[in-house]
Each structure stands twice: as C-alpha cells, then as structure tokens.
Design a protein around this ligand. Structure first.
Ligand code: DGJ
Length: 554
C-alpha cells in the first residue's frame, strides 16, 4: 500500500531536514502488517498466549510510576535496574502531552530513546496511552486542549460545574485523541516493526466519571433521557446470558430510554457506553496503522463503593458486555488489582474467555500473587505497579531485598515450559496469608493432592512469614517443579482419582537452565520434616524438583 504523504503532512509531522530521506524510506515501507506477523494473541479457553516472534512469550512485567517515563535520562537510569531484577517487560506511560506538545506537531524522540534502551537491556515494553483520561481525569491531555473548553468540553457535575474530565460526547476530542493515537501507532510500526520491542498497548487508563455517576451536561441529559441505541439493545438481547448479574436481574429489554431499560444501573451503563465508544474508535484508529493487541484497564470498586466514588463506567465486570458491544477493537479488558481478594478479581476477568493480563497489582503482594496468576489463573502476564521504586539488584545477595526479583527469577526459569503446561492444564498455584479464611489450601494435580500451609518455626510453631505462595508444574507422571516461598506442603493421593497411599520419593532444590535441571541440594531430614513435608523456605523464593509415588488402592 502506498502511503498518502499529503495526508501525513497535513496531519502535522514536523518538517525536518531529513524529511526527504524519510519519505524515500517510506516508499519502501511495508503495508499494514497482518496481526500474525507481529505480537498477537493465540486464544484458548482459560489459557490465551501472547505470541512474540512465533513463540509464546510470558510477560514478567512491572509498571512504572506515573512520572517515571517523562525524560530520556529516566530510561537510562531505570531500565538497566529493572532488567537486573528479572523483569522482562516494562509497562510505561506515553503521555499525549509529551508526543503532541503543540497541536499537529509530533515528537516521539523520548519514546524512541526508551525503545532503544529497552532493546539494549533485552526488555520488551507495553505502552500505556495516557490520552484523554488517566484515572478518570484528563491531566495528561496537552495544554492546548486543556485551555480550549469550547473545542474540548468537560463532563459536568450535577451542580453545573465542569469537571477536569474531558467529555466523551465531543467529536472534536475523539478526533484529536484518535489522531494522536493513530500517529503513535504509525510511528511504532515504522520504528519497531522489525524488532517488535513493543508488545501491546493499553488505551487510556482507569476511565470513568468521578464525582457523579454520569456526565450532567445538557447534551448528556438529552441523550440519557432518549433511546438506548438499537445496536446495543440487539447485542444485549443476543448475549443476555453473559450480562453481569446486577444487570441481568433488573434490565428491561422492552424499554426505550436508558432509565427505562437499565433502571438503577442506567447512569453507570450510559457512561460505560460512551467511554467504550470513544475508546473503541481510538483503538480502531491505532490498529488501522499497526494492529498490536490493545486493551483497557479498570479501577475496581471496593466493596459497597458507589459508582462515582470509583470511576463510573470503567471496564469493570458490571460493564463487560457494554464494552464488548461498543468496542470490538479491544482485545481484552484488564483489572488493576489493589484489593486483598486478588483471586476473586482474577477469576472475574477470566470469565467468558477474556484473555487474562494483570497490568497493575499491589507491589508488596506481587511476589506472592504472581504464583497464583501464572499457576492457577494461567495468565500470560502480570505486572505490579511502581516497580521502579524497588531496591536495586546488583548481585544475588541484593535479591533478598527485592522479593519480586526472586519470584521472577524462579518464574523466568519456567518460562520456556510454562505456556504449554498452562494450556494442557498441568499448572496450579495458590497464595496464603496469615489472615486467610482457612489455614490450608489444597490443589489437585496429576493424581495427587498438594496441601499447603504457611511455614512455621520448629519447635515453637510460630509463623515464619505472613504470606506464602507456590506454583506447581507437572513435568512427567509423578514429577513436579514447585516454585515458591514460606509454605509447608504435604502430599496425598487424590481420593477422587486413584486413592491409595502417596509419598515423597525425592526432593531437590536447584534451578533450570537451557531446559536442563541443575541440582544444588538434595533435601531430606529436617529440611523435609523427616520426609513428610515439602518445605519452601521463608524470606527466599526457591525452585524444587519433587518426585512422588503412589501405591494404588485396588
Ligand atoms: C492506578 C493507576 O492506574 C496508576 O496509574 C496509579 O495511579 C495507581 N493507581 C496508584 O498509584
């Protein structure tokens, strides 16, 4: 496909002396690549894989703080440190105000430097497009947009005052956001198609209205009291089995206006529809240039929190079907999990085969929740927030100060075999806390039950650590790799499979490299509770190879 250069200049690439060279290079540029040629998702129920360079890639991710990617120098300071901490993919903001500082003048130099530094460090990137909205508000929009409320109107609070939230009802704002995002994706294609350092892109961040459940501008009032679009009604009728329980039980498919169809949920669903429409069109514009996987993330409601306290209309489970109807260009919806019930949210976002990727999670719980995410929820990527604030890792000794680095070091050793094991159902994971509702948790795999409890001291039996976690990956009949920390694990024969008596044949502590197992210690005696318990040590993350035996009941 020949590029339309008249359009390119009309859209405002800054004219530079080297522009002729760029034009000539551009003439040889390939047409929009097909998704199969670039990072893409290979979907399967419950175990979607991200394919990079033709192979499944496991994202051991970390998201940067919000003000950590605004200069080139920050790339040089931060990325080498993260690479040493076993992170393989960094989620970094790309601010609209940074790439389009004056309307129509685009500057990708800082982003390019980050991409180049990531390549030097053998890291991948996931870009977070902080465009019209970031955590509901519009603080990353360029000042030329902020200063012009006629062209870029705000959502209006019930008292008539404008909020610092760009309206979802403005065509002008949609066009400007979509154009900037499209040019960002075009630039990525030109700059990164060959190396594919950038794997995916998040569009906007934790959108929704804060301060009310919906925009109260005169236009929003008019639309709210008008008909629900036919396309949405038809979609919901056809997919009613998938509606969130809160909607399924109260919606009236025969109604016309938003309040008549959605009753009490109408303000939030109306809001979700308009955000999703805007985001879907921005995503589509980007994909028309470079069709990387594109997703959105949600701020999750706290228990009993009202819409408007949390961003109303974001892509959280109540609104899943609204987003699916309005924004088919999105590849998946993602949760930012800061609440303690990590497992619950992960399960909600695995519903209806939504590919599971966790772009943000609590940093202090990351070293534990990661084992659940990859082992139990079979995610292709997990990424605690604020990783650039973790202590530096310059040596193995430093890893004791950075538990996430320890966890990722173990998961990295499994990364070559994890995706296939996930897909074949040969992984399990769990996480336990001092305040968990039950002191033990059991998973079943390969005919065995693995029952884990938090590790305790001997002989006092006090808890050695408040949190513990593990991943179990079956490598052969009766053989398992177990990675994790601070657990005592007993095994028994699964009574629903063969029953009988089970025991531990051997346990070794070690590592994997180039597909081979290297034994550091053969464990027994006190390190195995005299052969009765597999012990994952506290304050360290270890990988064990365990062989079990079962004497079958006849
Ligand atoms: C969720 C947001 O998506 C992040 O950008 C950040 O603001 C964290 N919350 C909190 O620090």
């Amino acid at each position: 496909m020949r590029r339309n250069y008249t359009r390119l200049f009309r859209e405002g690439y800054t004219l530079r002396p080297c522009v002729l060279l760029l034009v000539l290079a551009g003439l040889a540029r390939p047409s929009t690549p097909s998704p199969q040629e670039i990072p893409h998702l290979d979907r399967a129920p419950g175990s979607t894989q991200l394919i990079v360079g033709g192979k499944p890639f496991v994202i051991l991710g970390g998201e940067l703080g919000n003000s950590s990617a605004g200069t080139s120098a920050q790339a040089d300071q931060i990325l080498p440190r993260l690479a040493r901490a076993h992170i393989n993919t960094v989620l970094m903001p790309v601010a609209w105000e940074q790439i389009e500082p004056a309307e129509g003048k685009f500057d990708f130099s800082i982003l390019d430097h980050w991409i180049e530094q990531a390549r030097t460090q053998h890291l991948h990137l996931v870009l977070l497009w902080f465009g019209s909205w970031k955590n509901a508000f519009s603080s990353y929009a360029p000042d030329w947009a902020k200063r012009d409320p006629q062209r870029f109107p705000r959502a209006i609070a019930p008292n008539g005052r404008p909020l610092e939230i760009l309206s979802t009802l403005s065509k002008e704002n949609l066009n400007a956001d979509a154009r900037a995002f499209r040019l960002l994706m075009r630039h990525l294609r030109d700059f990164d198609l060959r190396q594919q350092t950038v794997l995916m892109v998040q569009v906007e961040n934790e959108v929704g209205v804060v301060g009310a459940r919906r925009d109260h501008s005169p236009e929003a009032d008019r639309l709210f009291n008008g008909p629900v679009p036919d396309g949405l009604l038809q979609y919901l009728r056809a997919n009613s089995d998938w509606l969130a329980p809160e909607i399924r039980h109260s919606w009236n498919p025969e109604g016309r206006t938003w309040p008549a169809v959605f009753a009490d949920q109408a303000p939030e669903i109306f809001t979700a529809w308009h955000y999703a429409r805007h985001i879907g069109q921005v995503a589509e514009a980007g994909k028309s240039e470079y069709p990387l996987p594109i997703f959105v993330n949600a701020q999750l409601p706290a228990p009993l929190e009202r819409a408007g306290e949390y961003p109303s209309g974001g892509p959280h489970p109540l609104n899943f079907e609204i987003y699916r109807a309005a924004a088919p260009a999105l590849d998946f919806l993602a949760p930012d999990i800061y609440w303690p019930n990590f497992e619950y949210w992960v399960q909600r976002y695995s519903d209806r085969d939504n590919p599971l990727f966790v772009p943000e999670a609590r940093l202090d719980m990351g070293p534990f929740n990661a084992f659940y995410a990859y082992g139990a929820a079979r995610t292709f990527g997990f990424s605690p927030f604020g990783v650039d604030s973790l202590p530096e890792v310059n040596s193995e000794a430093d890893e004791s100060k950075n538990p996430l680095a320890q966890t990722y070091s173990v998961l990295q050793q499994l990364a070559d075999i994890l995706p296939q094991a996930q897909r074949e159902g040969r992984t399990r994971g769990l996480v336990l806390h001092a305040n968990s509702p039950r002191p033990t948790q059991t998973v079943s795999l390969g005919g065995y039950l693995f029952t884990a409890a938090l590790a305790r001291s001997w002989p006092a039996r006090t808890l050695l650590q408040d949190d513990g976690a593990m991943i179990v990956l079956q490598t052969a009949p009766d053989e398992f790799l177990i990675g994790g920390t601070a657990l005592g694990i007993t095994v028994s024969a699964d009574p629903d499979e063969n029953g009988g008596v089970a025991g531990i044949a051997s346990a070794e502590e070690g590592s994997r490299a180039n597909g081979a197992w290297i034994t550091d210690r053969r464990l027994n005696g006190d390190q195995m509770d005299q052969g009765r318990t597999i012990l994952l040590p506290d304050h360290q993350v270890k990988l064990l190879r365990v062989k079990l035996y079962a004497i079958l009941r006849h």
